[in-house]
Design a protein around this ligand. Structure first.
Ligand SMILES: NC(=O)c1ccc[n+]([C@@H]2O[C@H](COP(=O)([O-])OP(=O)(O)OC[C@H]3O[C@@H](n4cnc5c(N)ncnc54)[C@H](OP(=O)(O)O)[C@@H]3O)[C@@H](O)[C@H]2O)c1
Length: 284
């Protein structure tokens, strides 16, 4: 571990991930705040001054060193999959944070995780329950899909060598990861909120609209065939075996269960802005 003179130390799990990298950058913009990265990977030979790195697997390793002298925790880690390892890792992290006397734990979750029957979302519901039962002051921040996530929903089928169908009427309110990071850091350095206002982007878009924007902005070749959910629902199209949670999940996205329904904090960067900013950064 690398010693730091910072006055407030925040441990970030998932710090090497898509969102986590922005959280670390946002923390390092704050005076008097130090960021400690938790990762299963070995510490790189060279890391930024003041940054700390602890190698640990949340599900299996001792977390004592990771929590030592930590003021707050921002918990983002997820190895996806079934989510079972995430639940185990969160239980262990909360116990270690409690033992170490951490003052605030901020746990990310997903908007609609309790309304959409994806198995992975069920693990988020369990993680939320563990957090609410914790003795550490907590904040749960439910977040909408990131711009990078919805981009993958159209970029992957567009890369196929044949015209690929997309369910055009699924709805998203995607958000810029950098805006999520800024908000999570603001929350982590403030008073614990319990259930925080949900975090989403500035506009609701269908997957069809996302595809049209992405194809126009990216200039990539690819043919996406928009189909409506009704035309592919089991029964109407006679689809063969389908996992029992698929229809409810598609219906959940179509009905906007993954968009904010109560108090919310909205970002300003639209999907098209995000694509253009990335292109500008790439050509700078
Ligand atoms: N993608 C979205 O649209 C979206 C929307 C809302 C909420 N979220 C949530 O936001 C969080 C971050 O998502 P992301 O897309 O940034 O994730 P990501 O890029 O897939 O990164 C996952 C991170 O989790 C860490 N990790 C996984 N298993 C671990 C374990 N057992 N022990 C320690 N670290 C572990 C990885 O670290 P190492 O590989 O370095 O160990 C990595 O930094 C997740 O909880 C996700 O569910 C995502």
């Amino acid at each position: 571990m690398h010693a730091s003179t910072s006055t407030r130390r925040i441990l970030v799990t998932g710090a090497t991930g898509t969102l986590g990298r922005h959280v670390i950058a946002a923390l390092e913009d704050q005076p008097g705040v130090g960021a400690r990265i938790l990762s299963r990977r070995e510490r790189p030979a060279v890391i930024a001054t003041g940054r700390e790195w602890v190698r640990a697997d949340l599900a299996t390793d001792s977390l004592d060193a990771a929590l030592e002298d930590v003021d707050g925790v921002i918990h983002l880690a997820s190895d996806k999959g079934s989510g079972e390892a995430d639940v185990i890792g969160t239980r262990r992290l909360l116990a270690a944070a409690e033992g170490a006397g951490a003052r605030h734990v901020v746990v990310i979750s997903i908007i609609g995780c309790d309304r959409i029957p994806l198995p992975f979302y069920a693990s988020k519901v369990r993680i939320e329950a563990l957090t609410r039962a914790s003795a550490i002051p907590w904040t749960i921040a439910r977040v909408a899909q990131f711009h990078s996530f919805v981009e993958r929903l159209v970029a992957a089928p567009a890369a196929l060598p044949i015209p690929a169908p997309i369910v055009a009427d699924l709805r998203f309110q995607p958000v810029d990861e950098r805006e999520v990071a800024d908000r999570l850091v603001e929350i982590a350095l403030g008073t614990p909120l319990g259930d925080a206002p949900e975090i989403a982007g500035p506009e609701v878009l269908t997957l069809g609209e996302i595809a049209t924007t992405w194809l126009a902005e990216s200039g990539r070749p690819g043919t996406l065939v928009p189909v409506a959910l009704d035309t592919i629902a089991p029964g109407s199209a006679g689809l063969p075996t389908i996992a029992p949670w698929v229809p409810g999940t598609l219906e959940g996205y179509r009905s906007g269960a993954n968009t904010p329904h109560g108090d919310r904090t909205l970002g300003h960067v639209r999907f098209v802005d995000w694509l253009r900013q990335r292109r500008a950064a790439g050509s700078a």
